[in-house]
Design a protein around this ligand. Structure first.
Ligand code: BGC
Length: 746
């Protein structure tokens, strides 16, 4: 039987009950119609399959398995292939463990460095987040396992995460907070979306028709199903009416009876319920069809993959001739994280790992180790500090393994500040004071303030790199592999610089995204602010040059596509990976826009002396902003500059193109509209010009007595003049004004 046949045979009660889960991790079966129960599990950077008592906080045990780099690290690869390899491995593992859906990826935008779940999210940039998510979704689903994009939408903090409201304007929603989901749905083909706990502009996501139906299904053509975040349902019938399909977790409280009652009472249309059930049935039947009963998992191979991915993700933030370390060099490893690396965050994504590899273990017996600080404390232990300084003084190079302690980064709570614990800062300062070859290795899922940055010659950021973090760090430090990650977010100098600073985490459960579209580098660049490390920054042990930027046309309309290509050469002594980032800048715009926005990226492996060409295709969206008046993306005709380089502030080549927008803004003109508004419209501009050219036009009034610059002054005065005021100053008669307005409206 297909889904439609099954639906037609289900009773109202069966249908209503089907819209909530069986227990913590399973959908309900409908045995009499042959519909089985299927399982879903947390991820996204490993499989958290619970056999025993389920929970959504990582409290109870799950199966022992492999922990891969977290999203913050993965996004630093700027490499879709990294996501593909991970997605395929996880898909295979889900098949081997009989899991139909993995609850990931998490793709919320990093609005503030303080969000407690930033380690689970990709980026401050929607293009990067969306492309990484889409690659992961495609790969996971290629193994017959559904992906579930979460948390839809505007779940950008943990404070009041289950009850608060994120308040923002439509343009910001469409340009910053939704596009990653849009890409994961349209390009990735995601089968499921998890709605967030919070409300958007006062309407809970689980009941938000605009999000779940109008945008997700209407605008984007999503034909999968929507599951709640665990416990996000408020009013189940309202949810189904808005486009929600499955409430999780299920259990004794399950809301089927409420839904059935709403249908009987006529407050919920049965067609809405049918639609939800049909979507769920299609998922369940699809996963039965896609089951791969023979699937096996080779966890040793997965561990190796985890290590390789961690190496592909780490970001070399600074290197003044210290790295790579020489094999056999006399090195001290300092800091508790050398022995007990931090490699994942706490909460529902927590993976049960039998053994995480530390740097100390990976490096072998050849280094001196000093613990340096107690990771459970923030105050300096003088004895530990003294021993560490001793070790550093005697070594040719000192590597301090530092970062955010476990307690700082967790689901359910935001960080309170952006600092490292005081004992770690003191340790780094003390070590750097006695050893000029000090390297800091950072573990943590989000930016940190680095007050000692000028005093150390090298910093390597591992983010939270999964269970092989230690092994990967050692390989990178000694140049056994090449650092090639780039930052998926700006590292500001201090928290106060961040655009959300005055509005995070909000008050009384309401957070206003007052910075609008100016999130991350969009803000820092607009304000020309100094930052610790810009978006997209990352060094390597070699160097790259960019040349021959080409476009297939230099004039186009927004219905055309533009092909952009560039040659990239490895001009250094070692192999490496270039991270080619393509930004687009609107030279002049009548709305506030960021200076530049990332529109595509690629990573290229290059041997010394080798040159490769990379090509990108840009469409309308690369040049557009979201225009609420059109409820659509809109290109304003004019010049755009393509900028390519290795970071948002290391742009190597540029080229201008002229893009003509083919849509017109609707003209809403009344007698209080200033003349400037009229002039934005092509026809309006003609009418204004005709008016200005009249001998009795105010422009022809003599402004001679007003001195130099008076023409400009007059012109500006006129631009600001409301149409109605033309009448007050007797420039037009009432009849002429009416004719003018009629002409414009036509
Ligand atoms: C989290 C989700 C997770 C779910 C199930 C929730 O608390 O927000 O990301 O998938 O629990 O564990």
């Amino acid at each position: 039987m297909n889904a439609e046949d099954i639906l037609s045979k289900m009773t109202l009660e069966e249908k209503a009950a089907f819209c909530s889960g069986l227990d913590f991790w399973h959908t309900k079966a409908v045995e009499r119609l042959g519909v089985p129960s299927v399982m879903m599990c947390d991820g996204p950077h490993g499989l958290r399959k619970q056999d025993q008592r389920g929970d959504h906080l990582g409290v109870n045990d799950s199966i022992q398995t492999v922990c891969y780099p977290t999203a913050a690290a993965l996004a630093s690869s700027f490499d879709r292939d990294v996501m593909r390899r991970l997605g395929e491995a996880l898909g295979q593992e889900c098949q081997a463990e009989d899991v139909a859906m993995l609850l990931g990826p998490g793709l919320n935008i990093k609005r503030s460095p303080l969000c407690g779940r930033n380690f689970e999210y990709f980026s401050e940039d929607p293009t990067l987040a969306g492309e990484m998510a889409a690659a992961y979704v495609q790969a996971l689903q290629s193994k017959g396992v559904a992906a579930c994009c979460k948390h839809f939408a505007c779940n950008n903090q943990e404070t009041r995460r289950m009850s608060g409201s994120s308040e923002l304007d439509e343009r910001t929603l469409r340009e910053i907070y939704l596009p990653a989901f849009e890409t994961a749905v349209k390009k990735g083909g995601a089968q499921a979306v998890m709605c967030a706990y919070n409300a958007v502009n006062g309407v809970y996501c689980a009941e938000n028709r605009m999000l779940l139906t109008d945008i997700l299904r209407g605008d984007w053509g999503f034909n999968g199903f929507v599951v709640t975040d665990w416990g996000a349902v408020k009013d189940p019938a309202k949810g189904v009416a808005a486009g929600l399909d499955l409430e999780m977790p299920g259990g004794a409280h399950a809301t089927g009876e409420e839904i059935a009652a709403a249908v009987r009472a006529g407050t919920l249309a049965e067609e809405d319920l049918d639609r939800a059930v049909l979507r769920l049935l299609r998922f369940v039947l699809g996963s039965v069809e896609n089951r791969d009963p023979g699937a096996q998992i080779d966890r040793d191979a997965c561990r190796l993959l985890s290590r390789q991915l961690a190496e592909e993700c780490a970001v070399l933030l600074k290197n003044e001739g210290v790295l790579p370390l020489q094999e056999g060099q006399d090195v001290a490893f300092i800091g508790e994280f050398a022995d007990r690396p931090r490699y994942q965050g706490a909460g529902s994504s927590h993976i049960n790992v039998p053994h995480a590899v530390s740097a100390l273990e990976a490096v072998g017996g050849d280094v001196v180790y000093a613990r340096g600080f107690d990771a459970h404390s923030e105050t300096t232990d003088e004895a530990l500090l003294a021993k560490a300084v001793e070790a550093a003084r005697g070594a040719e190079a000192a590597v301090v393994f530092a970062g955010l302690p476990d307690a700082f980064e967790t689901e359910g709570a935001d960080r309170e500040h952006m600092r490292l614990p005081a004992n770690q800062n003191a340790l780094i300062e003390a070590v750097a004071a006695v050893n000029p070859h000090t390297v800091v290795v950072l573990h943590g899922g989000a930016p940190m303030e680095l007050p000692w940055l000028d005093k150390v010659p090298a910093v390597l950021c591992m983010y939270l790199a999964g269970e092989q973090a230690g092994a990967a760090a050692v390989d990178l430090l000694f140049g056994r592999c090449e650092p090639c990650g780039h930052l998926p977010e700006t590292w500001p100098l201090r928290l106060q610089d961040n655009p959300s600073y005055l509005n995070f985490p909000g008050e009384d459960g309401v957070v206003t995204y007052a910075e609008g579209v100016f999130v991350g580098y969009r803000y820092y660049d607009k304000k020309e602010m100094a930052v610790a490390f810009p978006f997209g920054h990352g060094l390597s042990y070699t160097g790259f040059s960019y040349s021959e930027l080409r476009v297939d046309r230099d004039r186009l309309t927004d219905r055309d596509t533009l092909t952009v290509s560039v040659d990239v050469s490895n001009i250094g002594p070692r192999p490496g990976k270039a991270c080619v980032q393509l930004y687009v800048r609107d030279v002049e715009s009548s709305v506030r826009r960021p200076v530049r926005e990332l529109r595509d990226f690629a990573r290229l492996t290059l041997m010394p002396g080798e040159t490769k060409t990379v090509a990108f295709t840009l469409g309308k969206r690369a040049f557009a902003y979201y225009e609420p008046k059109l409820r659509d993306f809109f290109v304003e005709s004019g010049e755009f500059v393509l900028e390519l380089g290795e970071s948002s502030r290391d742009l190597r080549v540029r080229k201008s193109v002229y893009v003509e927008g083919t849509a017109a803004l609707p003209l809403h003109i009344t007698d209080v509209s200033p003349i400037a508004d009229l002039m934005r419209h092509p026809m309006g501009a003609v009418i204004v010009q005709q008016f200005m050219d009249r001998p009795d036009s105010p422009l022809n009034d003599s402004a001679e007595n007003l001195g130099e610059g008076s023409d400009r002054m007059m012109e500006n005065m006129i631009r600001e003049l409301p149409l109605g005021a033309l009448l007050s100053f007797d420039y037009v008669t009432r009849e002429e004004l009416r004719r003018l307005l009629d002409a414009v409206r036509e």
